[in-house]
Design a binder for this molecule. Structure first.
Ligand code: ATP
Length: 236
């Protein structure tokens, strides 16, 4: 089986600062892949570079058989690589329904009504708040809205950047339950998380990014079997 996402030697950064120094990473169809690493390792930069929001300085990105290296973010979205950014970036002055509809702006427009129903089935709490302004939702609800908006674009690969950040323990549980549900539905997910234990519970494979390089790649069991990595990244 060929990889859905194949990243080879990817380099990027900001001005004189080099952040990604040659990253190799693959996601197979239907796989949930965890991307771990300490603060400042470059996880968000990797996601932004894959999405076309930070310029690529070297290397290659293939997605779904196409070379998407350095493409404009709208083209990346059109190809089905959908990034739900860190920090619940919803449009605060638009309603829940309007935010979701915008998710289908570049991709998924033909089946917008059906997909909207699907999102409301996945997140009944959003359905109860269709007309509410997104800025007045709770943090957890905004996170659900951001993911729901991503789902409206019919992702082939969904990149979730720290979806459990700032949520209460109960909502964190709910969020991981939801990600497990997306995995069961066959969606490929690249999951950046600080909740390492819960992430490794649901991931098929994991990468550890350190200082702009992939330090480890393997199964969660292999990662947990390494004393050095466990201590350095998992605090276990
Ligand atoms: P965290 O887990 O803390 O979110 P991360 O692994 O996602 O960290 P990045 O946000 O990708 O890390 O940041 C990697 C490095 O790039 C950091 O040293 C950061 O200060 C730097 N950086 C990020 N954004 C910019 C920017 N716009 N301009 C300059 N440097 C930046």
């Amino acid at each position: 089986m060929s990889a859905l996402l194949n990243v080879q030697g990817l380099r990027s950064g900001y001005g004189a600062v080099e952040v990604l120094r040659g990253v190799d990473l693959q996601v197979m169809p239907g796989e949930t892949v965890a991307l771990l690493g300490s603060n400042g390792a470059g996880k968000t930069t990797l996601n932004l570079t894959l999405s076309g929001l930070v310029a690529t300085r070297g290397g290659r990105v293939q997605f779904d058989g196409q070379d998407i290296t350095g493409q404009h973010y709208r083209k990346v979205v059109a190809s089905g690589l959908i990034h739900v950014p860190e920090g619940r970036k919803v449009f605060p002055n638009l309603s829940v329904a309007e935010n979701l509809e915008l998710g289908a702006f570049t991709r998924g427009g033909e089946r917008r009504a059906q997909n909207l129903e699907k999102v409301y089935t996945t997140f009944p709490r959003l359905k109860e708040r269709i007309a509410q302004l997104a800025g007045t939702l709770s943090g957890g609800e905004q996170q659900m809205l951001a993911i729901g908006r991503g789902l409206m674009a019919e992702p082939r690969l969904l990149i979730l950047d720290e979806p459990s950040l700032g949520l209460s323990p109960l909502l964190v549980e709910e969020m991981f339950g939801l990600i497990a549900q997306l995995r069961r539905s066959g969606l490929a997910v690249l999951l950046v998380e600080q909740n390492v234990g819960q992430t490794l519970d649901i991931a098929d494979r994991a990468y550890v990014l350190e200082n702009g390089h992939i330090r480890f790649s393997g199964t969660p069991a292999e990662l947990l079997a390494s004393d050095t990595l466990r201590k350095a990244y998992l605090g276990l």
